[in-house]
Design a protein. Structure first.
Length: 314
């Protein structure tokens, strides 16, 4: 036969088997590997569906993007940005939706994502009005921790808002929607034409279309204000009037707004991006300690933020 000895034949067989096993282990994941379930949400260019990975029985959220739609709506750049940014962030932080696989067929792109079982923070806020000080503190701290990680990877999100803060099975934050995310090559991104969501837009975007890491800090201030007070920091009767208020820093705290978060919000909602708490002049590293050591966070145990039990929702 082909082989000199039986041993050689057996060796060859073992090697062939190992090769084929490793091939199937590395084999590309396809749409056939999942059973699709209910629709979790519909975005401007995608539908997100519950899906079970058949071999492992693990449940994911799969973002299904129709290619025709993508082209018709000129959203190719958004989808690419989302994929690039999520790849770059990898599995590095428990508070960021992880992208496990991507694949495509003739019609669609598929992004296989961590499932955030409890949906959007926005819906929680709509339902509850506002959150207790304890909950607001916890979610603010999680958001600070996520931004710290993101910025360490040179990624800015640029569209932080309660809609994009998803909640996992334990009601911890999973940040999503990196379609407007940006990997910074430089400190400041000048050539951008993108505009985010009216109520959370930083003044520098309205005046000069410049974004930097400080842009995410503005949105953080808006979100902390909203969780505690149950209303937007900046809200006019129209988008235009909302922008006017942002430019003039026209907002006020309702009676009873606790002093320490008030101080924090006032240090974040500052017109000059470099004057926001922890930011500093262009070119300097963000000083996250200035944020994490703010009195509002005094009771937060940062090392346990993602493992300790979240406070009861109230
Ligand atoms: P848009 O561009 O309008 O922001 P999009 O097309 O980027 O939308 P997403 O906002 O990412 O789509 O997703 C659409 C909806 O699906 C979201 O509103 C959210 O409720 C739900 N969803 C998205 N990702 C997940 C996830 N990982 N787990 C659970 N639900 C999700």
């Amino acid at each position: 036969g082909y082989f000199e000895t039986e041993d050689q034949a057996r060796d060859a067989e073992v090697r062939a088997k190992a090769r084929s096993q490793s091939r199937s282990r590395n084999a590309a994941v396809t749409v056939e590997d999942f059973r699709f379930g209910k629709t979790l949400g519909v975005g401007s260019y995608s539908t997100v569906k519950l899906a079970t990975h058949l071999a492992s029985a693990r449940v994911f959220a799969i973002k299904v993007i129709d290619k025709g739609h993508l082209i018709a709506k000129k959203k190719q750049q958004t989808a690419l940005a989302e994929k690039d940014v999520l790849k770059r962030l990898g599995a590095g932080h428990p508070g960021i939706v992880r992208m496990w696989y991507t694949f495509q067929d003739q019609w669609c792109l598929y992004f296989v994502l961590d499932l955030a079982k409890n949906g959007e923070m926005k819906i929680l806020l709509n339902r509850m009005g506002s959150l207790s000080l304890e909950c607001s503190r916890y979610y603010s701290a999680q958001l600070v921790d996520i931004i710290r990680y993101m910025h360490s990877k040179n990624v800015i999100h640029r569209d932080l808002k309660p809609e994009n803060l998803l909640l996992d099975a334990d009601f911890r934050i999973k940040l999503t929607d990196f379609g407007t995310g940006k990997v910074l090559d430089d400190d400041v991104d000048k050539a951008n034409t993108w505009v985010g969501t009216a109520q959370y837009i930083a003044p520098e975007l309205l005046s000069s279309k410049e974004t930097s890491k400080a842009t995410d800090f503005w949105a953080l201030g808006c979100i902390i204000y909203q969780m505690i007070s149950g209303r937007f920091a900046f809200q006019g009767l129209s988008e235009f009037l909302t922008f006017e208020k942002i430019k003039k820093l026209e907002y006020s705290f309702p009676d009873g707004f606790d002093e320490s978060p008030k101080d924090l919000v006032q240090r974040l909602l500052v017109r000059d991006p470099s004057a926001r708490l922890g930011v500093g002049p262009p070119g300097s590293e963000i000083d996250f300690d200035a944020l994490t050591s703010h009195p509002f966070f005094a009771s937060i145990v940062w090392e346990m933020l993602w493992t300790s039990q979240p406070p009861a929702l109230e």
